[in-house]
Write a protein of this length. Structure first.
Length: 330
């Protein structure tokens, strides 16, 4: 029996379209979180629960399922529309996943390019100065591999003691807090010859009710969470509404939001101090990724309510930026 040509064309059309149709019937996630630090586990659970509350599908990628995830993305067996990276900074094996997220239809929380750019303290210092954000008196030094010898330096404006900070290292690595001489500067500068360095005057904060006015301020999607922060114990205490009014701390919010406009990150922290002459100085510019351990589990963790609130805001941020479903099949 001869088959009707129209039927054959219809069958051919069905067959040719089936692969495209099938490629869109795949596990699809609204947010993919890459993480590799065991102490992130509580934050991961909070973020997953926050996503569930707003109807978002959440996918967690660790070293255990990284290879299978990359294979699934390559074969189009899975897809995701939002991405947060908390792993590649310490483990380059996650970089291919970060690269996969650099697509127009994927919403990235703290894109890697902005994270790397804002982590450079020398760059941020210049950006802050250009935006009239107050900072401690600072001298910037070029990397020693680019400029082995230094021009004559007047260290007197730094005071008797000053900090020496490599521009792009985090976690206090390479920082000398109580330097006193040019000889120390020359010696420290050789430890990381590819690093720019900041020589920064030490700051003495006001004392408010027996507590130094030193604050670590977390910022997430426009929300500001100021906390008293003990420089020695690293313990957080939330600034209360009454303290904000009594001590005139509203400028903490303004300074933090201005810093957010500079770095353009969705989630970061900064350190701000109130000086004796009433200035709010940004002293540790932009920190990302954040240590989001819960205070109920670690004495120097972030207050639980702040971490829970951040998880909720991140989920809503992803929901607002979720692309149309058809774009995720590209």
């Amino acid at each position: 029996m001869t088959q009707n040509p129209a039927v054959r064309r219809g069958f051919a059309f069905y067959v040719s379209c089936f692969p495209l149709y099938n490629s869109c019937i795949m596990p699809h996630y609204d947010l993919c979180l890459a993480w590799n630090w065991e102490y992130d586990r509580d934050f991961v659970h909070l973020l997953e629960a926050a996503c569930a509350r707003v109807g978002l599908a959440f996918f967690s990628v660790t070293t255990e399922n990284l290879d299978s995830t990359l294979a699934g993305l390559s074969s189009r067996e899975i897809s995701f529309a939002g991405f947060l990276d908390r792993a590649s900074e310490s483990d380059p094996r996650f970089q291919p996943l970060v690269d996969r997220a650099r697509q127009p239809h994927v919403f990235q929380i703290n894109p890697q390019e902005l994270t790397v750019w804002s982590a450079d303290k020398a760059t941020m210092h210049l950006e802050f100065v250009s935006r009239r954000l107050d900072t401690p008196y600072t001298i910037l030094l070029s990397p020693s591999n680019e400029q082995p010898g230094l021009p004559p330096l007047d260290l007197s404006p730094l005071g008797g003691r000053f900090a020496i900070k490599p521009a792009s290292l985090g976690g206090g690595e390479g920082v000398v807090l109580k330097a006193t001489s040019l000889e120390q500067v020359l010696s420290v500068r050789q430890q990381y010859p590819h690093e720019k360095y900041l020589l920064q005057a030490q700051v003495t904060p006001q004392v408010l009710d027996g507590r130094p006015a030193w604050f670590r301020v977390l910022v997430c999607d426009g929300a500001v969470y100021p906390c008293w922060w003990d420089q020695h114990t690293h313990v957080y205490t939330r600034v209360t509404a009454e303290e904000r009014f009594r001590f005139g701390l509203r400028s903490l919010y303004e300074v933090a939001r201005r810093i957010a406009q500079v770095c353009r990150l969705d989630l970061f922290s900064t350190e701000i101090t109130l000086t004796a002459d009433g200035r709010f100085l940004a002293v540790d510019y932009v920190n990302d990724p954040l240590d989001l351990r819960l205070q109920s589990k670690a004495a120097d963790g972030v207050p639980d309510a702040v971490v829970e609130n951040i998880a909720g805001r991140l989920a809503r941020l992803v929901g607002r930026n979720k692309p149309a479903r058809r774009n995720s099949c590209l």
